[in-house]
Design a protein around this ligand. Sequence first.
Ligand code: CTP
Ligand code: MG
Length: 227
Amino acid sequence: TKYVVIVLAAGMGKRMKAGENKQFILLEDKPLIVHTLEVFDKDDWCEGILLVTREAERKRMDQLLNQYEWKKSIHLVIGGKERQDSVYQGLKNLTNKEAIIFIHDGARPFVRHADLHRLAEQASLSQAALLAVPVTDTIKQKNNELLTTLDRTTLWAAQTPQAFTFERIWQAHVAAKQAGVYGTDDASLVERIGHPVEIVEGSYQNIKITTPEDLKQANYISRTDRI
Ligand code: CTP
Ligand code: MG
């Protein structure tokens, strides 16, 4: 199953407190975003890469990409204010609408090829799927003053990539835009228009690098068991 990937790098990385977009932070020898792009550049199932970047960083990104050898061409697209706006811009600029569409956080450099392949296969069966892992913490819900405990066996932590047929994800994004709804991930936009989304169990290694603490863990993963 072939896919094309939209890699999102148009955020600000505010929670990282690095004074610049976290995508440019070095993990070992290379910027974070280069690690993420390399995963897809090296995956034979990946037919195309679209990188969503901030207007203000377009030049810097372009120059950075030129410093490395790529098997595939990486198309740059300018993102939007919120993550969802950036995805929308990515979808709008896709040329290959026949393949499965992966939407992936630039801040997740450790996703494995085997998981990408299982995800692509599931998405071609069900039109919508995401990588997720079982929640290991006990999750408490506090509604006003009432504390309850959620049934952990039903809870999954969503990751990316999230994978869709073009038709399904485009329909979901257009509907969300019309309704002025912002979801925290892309699968939730498909859920809200009543279409099923399947979970593909991924790996705890596929962390999103969000805070300085994550960066420590990322350096560790990078040195030890990357892919
Ligand atoms: N992203 C994007 N466009 C936006 C916001 C986010 O492309 N307008 C991307 C980020 O670059 C990141 C991914 O979406 O790769 C996941 O978002 P997050 O981890 O929240 O990154 P940031 O928004 O950059 O970080 P923060 O929320 O801490 O500012
Ligand atoms: Mg953010």
